[in-house]
Design a protein around this ligand. Structure first.
Ligand SMILES: Nc1ncnc2c1ncn2[C@@H]1O[C@H](COP(=O)(O)OP(=O)(O)O)[C@@H](O)[C@H]1O
Ligand SMILES: [Mg+2]
Length: 308
């Protein structure tokens, strides 16, 4: 299914003095999907998000949101976007509800029940007594998200919202973002320097490296692309390859190590391979399906540079 592009950038560039932080980035974010901006620390994620949100000036390039250029339409566009950039700041001695009520008043959100409904969406209590200071980090982040969705925005831009969270907190945020996107139709742009997080969360990913967008691809396409093969470990490679060729009629394989063979023939069944080898006296110590991970993909895109 083709989804409409809700946000795009053209040749978006930011220079801090002599430092080229982001160079000619062309992003395309599809409506009602989760877009993961993946890159190591210093890659340019925060800078890109800040330019999109108008928090810093653009050196050159253009941004279009809801089919309109930002320039001249700021007022209309920014009220339809929620965001967390860096750690959201709240008053520590006030409760979550009180903090959101202040924020809501400051922004002129007049919608009745908007605080209650935002808290409910992120799973935090309404009108309880707990001050923000005694919130766990996970609760603080969820309050940040509640604050970002107060206006019921169509787009959410979240800069590393799971930074510093424990595994349980990360799962909570992931489930929440899935729900906001796939049940409530929000478009979410999230940045992260953690590969596994993006691969579990995003529908589409943009890989950013040294200020350049190296690739934009959907997770489905990526899975398709990353070739799958069967890897077997045997005690005799020569015997095993003979059997593969003569008995299994397979020519599409390669020997990758002294005990290891990769078989690319997709028509072969793993059980048949195991049977054939074992009944002909070849010792088989392991057999499994392998596919390239996002990490391998990143390394191949950067020409050998590893992710971490
Ligand atoms: N205010 C600034 N002044 C100068 N350089 C900056 C500033 N902010 C970020 N940078 C530089 O821009 C690059 C991208 O930074 P950033 O967007 O924060 O990366 P990320 O969010 O991916 O970690 C880095 O080299 C960083 O040092
Ligand atoms: Mg950052």
């Amino acid at each position: 299914m083709k989804k409409e592009i809700i946000l795009s950038t053209k040749q978006l560039t930011k220079k801090y003095g002599d430092v080229m932080a982001v160079e000619q980035i062309n992003l395309k974010v599809k409506k009602e999907r989760i877009y993961g901006l993946l890159g190591r620390n210093g890659a340019g994620k925060t800078t890109t998000m800040k330019m999109i949100l108008g928090l810093i000036s653009i050196s050159s390039g253009e941004i279009e949101i809801f089919g309109k250029p930002i320039k001249g339409n700021e007022k209309n566009i920014y009220t339809r976007i929620g965001s967390i950039i860096e750690t959201p700041s709240f008053y520590s001695y006030l409760t979550g509800t009180e903090n959101l009520e202040i924020s809501s008043r400051l922004r002129g959100t007049i919608q009745k029940d908007s605080v209650k409904s935002a808290l409910k969406k992120v799973g935090l209590p309404y009108k309880d007594k707990k001050p923000f200071a005694s919130y766990s980090l996970g609760m603080k982040q969820r309050l940040g998200i509640a604050n970002a969705i107060l206006n019921d925005p169509e787009i959410l831009i979240l800069d590393e919202p799971t930074n510093g969270l424990d595994p349980v907190g990360i799962v909570e945020i992931r489930n929440l973002l899935h729900k906001l996107c796939h049940e409530q139709g929000k478009t979410i742009i999230i940045s992260s320097h953690i590969l596994s997080e993006i691969s579990l969360l995003a529908d589409d990913i943009g890989i950013i490296h040294h200020g350049h967008l190296l690739k934009e691809i959907s997770m489905n396409e990526l899975e398709e692309k990353n070739k799958k093969f069967i890897e077997i470990k045997v005690n005799s490679v020569s015997k095993a390859t003979q059997l593969l060729e003569n008995v299994m009629k397979c020519k599409n394989y390669s020997v990758t190590d002294k005990n290891c063979i990769e078989i690319y023939d997709e028509t072969l069944d793993t059980k048949d391979i195991a049977n054939c080898l074992v009944t002909h006296g070849v010792g088989l110590s392991s057999l499994y399906f392998k596919h390239e991970t996002l990490e391998d993909y990143f390394t191949s895109l950067t020409g050998g540079e590893k992710f971490e």
